[in-house]
Design a protein around this ligand. Structure first.
Ligand code: SF4
Length: 305
């Protein structure tokens, strides 16, 4: 069988080992060397291009259905659970907590839950909105497992590597949010980020207020593509007398965007985290669809004065 292997950045260090194993089983193996952001970003076009029979995607579970044979290979990472002991002091005073993690640590979720239960907490595990598939799992674009139970808990606990996932969850919840990063040994409330995010968002809206031309970003990735929204936003922007064009890319390159100097602002319809995490990478502001609506409302208000 001819197969194309696709690994997210954090697992690319293992590509050769897995390729050899699959070759030894008699497959013709190719490795996608493109950047990979998630299961929203399947290398289906590359697989079709090389006439692969199958795409094997490591490290994520399914995001959305695609018209190609894709095998998802989960990768479980055992993070040291001993660190949980050090979180008890920080959580004292909270009775009911929610616990969330990433796909790599889902197999440890029950142990984490049990640990807090034994230590007197009532533990709630919420369900995702839909892109994430398992209760307690969060993605950068699906923090339902925390957001859906926000009303019912006193605090949230995130357990897992990195800050990308918990920062997405903290801005979509209101309760104290404890991040436990077991690899760096960091245990920290990250509620401060709600204000950082609000201020940044306000700054972007103000910077885009006088825009005469806006580029609407539409991705071609399987789980990020939203041409319908792109078209709606283009019309909405044009109705306000602002030029708008739809920009197409598989992976938006910020240097290339900076070269399109005629645009005074961009509006993102691709991975929602672009308008949150990558705002310092372009010279012009990148707004979310909601921020665009807010900007247009302010503009209208100013025009009526
Ligand atoms: S946050 Fe962005 S990169 Fe991650 S799964 Fe969602 S759309 Fe993909």
């Amino acid at each position: 069988m001819r197969v194309l292997l696709q690994f997210p950045e954090g697992l690319k260090q293992y590509v050769l080992k897995r390729a050899k194993e699959l070759e030894d089983e008699g497959n013709e193996v190719f490795i996608s060397a493109s950047p990979t952001f998630g299961a929203c970003d399947l290398a289906v076009d590359e697989a079709r291009n090389i006439k692969a029979d199958k795409l094997i995607h490591f490290g994520h579970n399914e995001f959305n259905k695609v018209d190609f044979d894709v095998e998802f290979v989960p990768v479980e990472v055992d993070a040291p659970l001993g660190i949980l002991e050090n979180s008890l002091d920080k959580l004292s005073g909270f009775g009911r907590i929610s616990v969330v993690t990433t796909v790599q640590h889902l197999h440890q979720l029950e142990s984490i839950r049990e640990f807090y239960r034994k230590n007197g907490f009532e533990v709630v595990v919420g369900k995702p909105f839909g892109f994430a598939k398992v209760a307690g799992q969060i993605l950068g674009c699906d923090v339902g497992s925390a957001a859906r139970v926000d009303r019912d808990v006193d605090a949230h606990v995130y357990f897992g590597g990195g800050r990308f996932h918990p920062l997405g969850a903290v801005i979509n919840t209101t309760k104290p949010f404890l991040m436990i990063e077991p690899f760096e040994g960091v245990i920290q409330f990250i509620d401060y980020y709600r204000d950082v995010h609000k201020k940044r968002s306000k700054g972007k809206i103000l910077a885009a207020l006088g825009a005469k031309s806006i580029g609407i970003m539409v991705s071609t990735k399987n789980g990020q593509s939203n041409m319908a929204l792109g078209r709606i936003l283009k019309k909405r922007v044009e109705a306000h007398g602002i030029n708008a064009e739809i920009l197409i890319s598989n992976t938006f390159d910020f240097e290339s965007m900076n070269n399109m100097m005629e645009f005074d602002a961009f509006v993102n319809t691709a991975c929602p985290r672009i308008a949150i995490d990558d705002v310092d990478r372009t010279m012009k502001p990148i707004l979310s669809a909601n921020e665009l609506s807010e900007m247009l409302k302010i503009r209208e208000g100013l025009a009526q004065k």
